[in-house]
Design a protein around this ligand. Sequence first.
Ligand SMILES: [Zn+2]
Length: 209
Amino acid sequence: MSIEGDARRLKLVIILSSSYGLLSFLFSFIGLASGQAAVHLHEYSLGGILTEISGHFLFGAVAAIPLLQIDLLLMAGSMAVLIDSDHILGALNLNAGSRPAHSILYAFFSAAFLFYLTNRLRLADRMKLKLTSLAPIALVSHLSYDVFVAFQNGGSRGGSFPLLTPLNFGLIPLSYLSWIVLEAVSIIASISVEVASRRFSLAGSKAKA
Ligand SMILES: [Zn+2]
């Protein structure tokens, strides 16, 4: 399937982003096994929630700029926000603590999920690569903003994350300056994906010639 027209591309972004959001929400239930207290939404003010959402969206979107497609930029931003969907369980007073989707294993799992969906949608190889890669890119940029905020709020201490959930719910600390490294890594990953996807299209057109 070739994606033509802005409306069609927007529809694709909405379908894939909502599927990713649902996956992230379902994955959050794993946190019920952690025995740790959830982050409760009511602990934030409305302004705090809006800042959190805009910050995650911005960091995710910036990370995807090298992919040179506005729809991918919007999708990366939305996915970076949706990683925090465990807050919904917190708002329901369920102790799905430890922010399960903040995990390297979740990045692999969600990438496999996006690859499966893009394969089912019969997208071109270069789009499959770009869309699948958004899973780790969104997570790394998400962690970057979380660490950035932790630094703003807490001074010298960065955030701690359950990077190995569901194998281990232990929180692994990241130093405060790692937010720069994490955002840089996500941007470099996007550049690499863009370069690789061009080689894909080049190889495809040579094969057809
Ligand atoms: Zn987070």
